[in-house]
Design a protein around this ligand. Structure first.
Ligand SMILES: [Mg+2]
Length: 368
């Protein structure tokens, strides 16, 4: 969990500009916006997005804003308490996000590097990066040296596990909006049912739809070999999390047998875990989650490691925040677009067709 060898991310001239800002207090609020499209995956059903809304206040009045998506609704209060505890470690410190993250990592080293503490660290880290953007009056991707605000996106708001009529209707509505790339959830009871969903989409839309599939860790390693071999010739963009995220060696064995790239990353909790996945060649693509990997600082460190291996990086959720990160790295692949926060943030990042233009508001632009 403790990282010491990363090259600095924030340019020195910007560090000098923001080092006089100090963290004064934090405000946290729970929100439960309804998903515009409820989603069923192999790991459960989602109807609301449990969010922790975060505001970090600086002594001079600049307010940094971020949020966390809590994969489990009942743990949102615990996430809030942990975020308060993380903030206490850095209260009064200058708004230098890498220093803040490394201090929190050192402080909680004995607690371990996954779960609620890491997400709480992400909440604070993201809000501090938002302070940096607002303090110098630039969108975060520009602070980070990004020059091109156009990103490739795919639709991830629907195509859950369910009846074929609903899947087909959702795919039709995505297509109507110009989104031709979309993610289908698999991991039905049987391989035949997985194939049924794929065949239906192929029959209905042919090559006008490009698909990636996500098993949400739903298969055993032996079942994954059987099912992924069966779908390997279908021209899928990737096969996501076929087996449990901890089983990196087994994922590498599976990847070596397949032509189709495997995609993992949303359940890797640090750049160190990302590095391990890269060393093992566990997957051909990576998609870290900015909330689970520990925030903007740790996400960018992971993306740099991936670039060293020539691996392209996509995002997982958080479109308003992830869009700035992808626009700032040379190895950007796809932005995952899910509409889960559309009812929460006035600055919600929404694609047009298969592309998204990153917000030009200072910081993340969560509230336009
Ligand atoms: Mg996934």
């Amino acid at each position: 969990m403790f990282e010491t060898t990363h090259a600095s991310i924030l340019p020195a001239r910007i560090s000098a500009q923001v080092s006089g800002l100090h963290l004064a207090s934090i405000r946290l609020e729970a929100a439960y916006p309804a998903l515009p499209t409820p989603l069923q995956t192999s790991s459960g059903s989602l109807e609301v997005a449990p969010l922790l809304i975060v505001q970090v206040l600086t002594a001079c009045g600049v307010i940094g804003e971020s949020y966390l998506f809590s994969p489990n609704r009942t743990l949102l209060p615990a996430l809030s308490e942990a975020t308060k505890a993380v903030f206490e470690v850095v209260r009064g410190d200058p708004c230098l996000p890498e220093n803040i993250t490394d201090k929190v990592l050192r402080h909680f080293k004995l607690f371990g590097g996954t779960g609620i503490v890491t997400m709480a660290m992400a909440a604070v880290d993201m809000a501090v990066w938002d302070v940096v953007g607002k303090a110098i009056g630039k969108p975060l991707y520009r602070v980070l040296g990004g020059t091109s605000p156009e990103l490739r996106t795919y639709e991830s708001s629907g195509l859950g596990i369910g009846d074929q009529r609903t899947i087909r209707q959702q795919a039709e509505s995505f297509l109507k909006n110009g989104n031709t790339t979309m993610k289908l959830r698999l991991g039905y009871e049987t391989l035949a049912a997985d194939m049924g969903a794929l065949d239906m989409l192929a029959d209905a839309f042919g090559s006008s739809v490009q698909l990636m599939v996500d098993y949400n860790q739903g298969l055993t390693p032996s079942e994954a070999i059987k099912r992924c071999t069966e779908i390997d010739g279908l021209g899928l963009l990737w096969i996501e999390e076929p087996i449990h995220a901890d089983l990196l060696e087994e994922t590498a064995t599976l990847q070596a047998k397949l032509k189709t790239p495997i995609q993992i990353g949303e359940n890797l909790w640090s750049p160190t875990e990302v590095d391990r996945a890269l060393r093992l060649s566990a997957s051909r693509y990576l998609m870290p989650d900015v909330g689970k990997i520990g925030g903007v600082t740790q996400w960018l460190r992971a993306a740099r490691l991936a670039d060293n291996y020539g691996v392209k990086v996509s995002s997982h959720l958080y479109p308003e925040i992830s869009s700035h990160l992808l626009a700032a790295i040379p190895n950007a692949h796809f932005l995952e677009y899910a509409d889960w926060t559309a009812n929460q943030f006035s600055g919600h990042a929404k694609p047009s067709g298969n592309s998204l233009r990153v917000s030009d508001q200072p910081g993340f632009g969560l509230y336009a």
